[in-house]
Design a protein around this ligand. Sequence first.
Ligand SMILES: NC(=O)c1ccc[n+]([C@@H]2O[C@H](COP(=O)([O-])OP(=O)(O)OC[C@H]3O[C@@H](n4cnc5c(N)ncnc54)[C@H](OP(=O)(O)O)[C@@H]3O)[C@@H](O)[C@H]2O)c1
Length: 335
Amino acid sequence: MSSETFPALMIHEDRLAPGRVELCRLSRAELMDGEVEIAVEYSSLNYKDALAITGGARILRHSPLVGGIDAAGRVVESGQTGLPVGTPVLVTGCGLGELHHGGYAARLRVPADWIIPIPEGLDTREAMLLGTAGLTAALALSRLEDNRQSVEAGPMLVTGASGGVGALAVSLLAARGFEVVALTGKPELTDWLMGLGASRVLDRAAFRPGRRPLEKAQWGGVVDTVGGELLGTLTRGVRPWGNIVSIGLAGGADLHTTVMPFILRGVSLLGVTSANCPRDQRLHLWQRLASDLRPSDLAALHTRTVGLAELVEVSEQMLGGRTYGRTLVEITASG
Ligand SMILES: NC(=O)c1ccc[n+]([C@@H]2O[C@H](COP(=O)([O-])OP(=O)(O)OC[C@H]3O[C@@H](n4cnc5c(N)ncnc54)[C@H](OP(=O)(O)O)[C@@H]3O)[C@@H](O)[C@H]2O)c1
């Protein structure tokens, strides 16, 4: 392989479309620093990837850069790390696709402490069906568990429910016995969301929560991937001691509310950041995703498989709200 080249999706932050994203071939000498080299088999498409590819927000902190915040494959070279060649591994976040060449290439070299050996119970493909979205949904669940969110406290509302993180949150919460209400802009996906475990599906277009400082307390808790105005209004309708996990900004980055839900109902607003998740927690949550949290419906969560050449088109669809579930990216030696 030393003189051979491999396919990669390179993003140039300083260029406008159509030159921004380039399908190219790289050599191993062009890989970035790290002890471990991986032959990448799969990656996935996350909202952050779509923003990086389209230039919808400034994600890259180094340019040009191979995109892709997720990667799974097999170790081909591991220096002195003791990781046997052939070990199935994954990397999510840690600067991949932001500061360091990412998973949209057939080869990846990274520092050893970014690597998670894929636990028994998952293969490289399943690991990327979960990817950052799976780790994020598991982090949300773990924050709820740590902050004593109980099933008895009442229904959990999941916003952006048809998205990668949202759909996984529906599945994980339902499997833990929570009553899950899915809020979506795609009511036509009601059967699919109920199949993942939602007990009710609400249409975002018809959802009009009130704007008084405290509204009727109807939600035991909330897992929110939308942010903005929706998150602000949802803080007003959570039951005493309920938790809201703030994950995303698909609907906006602002947050307008009052302190009333926090000081009169003891509501907690919990944050999640998967990219910077400490290694011990990553290892623990991937172990759980392969065992007690392993979604029984991974096949249903998977809605499409694409190659590197299709990523620009699918990213535009994702940011336009026209995708759902998880998009797997298959990486082959020919691109
Ligand atoms: N904090 C973290 O560590 C972390 C990790 C991963 C992702 N995220 C964030 O979480 C969010 C979801 O990521 P993802 O990868 O799951 O993306 P995704 O698959 O595209 O899901 C986003 C979902 O949000 C909803 N949505 C889209 N545009 C909207 C709008 N204008 N207003 C309201 N809802 C809208 C849609 O669901 P419906 O049509 O069903 O409403 C869409 O499917 C993103 O903001 C992403 O940056 C954060």
